[in-house]
Design a protein around this ligand. Structure first.
Ligand SMILES: Nc1nc2c(ncn2[C@@H]2O[C@H](COP(=O)(O)OP(=O)(O)O)[C@@H](O)[C@H]2O)c(=O)[nH]1
Ligand SMILES: [Mg+2]
Length: 304
């Protein structure tokens, strides 16, 4: 009698990616997944909802929960974002604190460290942006934070260059419990293409517009349909609060919105692997950030 070949057991677990805004959490999730699932911008508070990126390492599926940054919330939208961030840490097998090693260790970072220090989950410290940070500062940050929290592991990485990521990924995989994979092997995130499409447009708002405008805007999908030829037709509304903001989004003779649409469309076609027809409209809706429907569309819970 021959023994059947042994199939190594699958592992699967949840990693909560926490940190201050702009630490590089979304960049890190994209890099570990190996493709873009979360939008990224140099501006703080780009990520509004929690999103799960799916990475694979050998027999292990890593569910990486990218969270909005944790910060002192002021507006209702801020509160909903911070709540979503902490919600992302629920049920995690590892809590990963991502820190921008180039910046200072402000209250933003130490407050989060304080908040996780008594939690029972294993905690990893990830000092990111080593490509920019000087060595002395890196070590000081590491020393200070490991003095505050009992981290199981500390990593020095660059989510942008990939430095240190294979090691981090291997360690995360080892920490995941045995269990069947949660998603099919080719699935890279838990977001629908429809919401990815809104995110990609929102990313262009952040990248192309200055000042506070991106924070004052949201995307609503009016129509999303697959055409018979295999392409996708998407109609989105960009909500802003004031007529002056609408004028900024439109630009001279509509040049700005055209550029936003063109870049978002090109990026989406590439991610989705098929032609995309994207139609954008700008709508003034004062107080959209106090409307329940807009929160639902964004995937955020309403907070009172
Ligand atoms: N040089 C460098 N820039 C990075 C690195 N990781 C992220 N960034 C940049 O930092 C900014 C914020 O990144 P993002 O992932 O949106 O941060 P998040 O708010 O924590 O999700 C973006 O401009 C990124 O391109 C890194 O390792 N090195
Ligand atoms: Mg982010």
């Amino acid at each position: 009698m021959t023994t059947p070949p042994t199939i190594p057991p699958q592992h699967c677990g949840l990693v909560a990616i926490l940190g201050a805004p702009n630490a590089g959490k979304s960049t890190l999730v994209n890099a570990l997944v190996g493709q873009k699932v979360a939008i990224v911008s140099p501006k703080a508070q780009t990520t509004r909802v929690r999103l799960m990126g799916v990475a694979i390492e050998g027999e292990t599926q890593l569910l990486l929960v990218d969270t909005p940054g944790i910060f002192e919330p002021k507006r209702r939208l801020d509160r909903a974002m911070v709540q979503a961030a902490w919600g992302g840490a629920e049920g995690a097998d590892v809590l990963a604190l991502v820190v921008d090693a180039k910046g200072g260790l402000g209250a933003k970072v130490t407050d989060i460290a304080e908040a996780i220090k008594d939690r029972r989950e294993p905690k990893y410290l990830i000092l990111n942006k080593v490509d920019l940070a000087d060595k002395g500062k890196l070590l000081l940050h590491a020393e200070k934070l490991t003095g505050m929290v009992e981290f199981a592991e500390t990593f020095f990485v660059s989510a942008a260059t990939g430095d240190g990521l294979p090691e981090l990924k291997a360690h995360l995989a080892k920490a995941m419990p045995e269990g069947p994979w949660h998603f099919p092997e080719d699935q890279v995130s838990d977001a629908s293409e429809r919401s990815l499409a809104s995110e990609v447009t929102r990313e262009q708002l952040y990248l192309q517009l200055h000042a506070e405008l991106p924070y004052a805007s949201a995307i609503e999908t009016e129509q999303y349909k697959e055409r018979e030829d295999g392409s996708v037709e998407i109609h989105q509304q960009i909500l802003v609060e004031r007529p002056t903001q609408r004028a900024i989004v439109l630009g001279k003779g509509g040049a700005r919105i055209k550029e936003i649409g063109a870049r978002a469309r090109a990026e989406l076609s590439e991610i989705m692997g098929r032609p995309v027809h994207l139609y954008l409209h700008v709508k003034v809706r004062p107080g959209w950030d106090d409307e329940r429907d807009v929160y639902r569309e964004m995937g955020l819970d309403w907070v009172d």
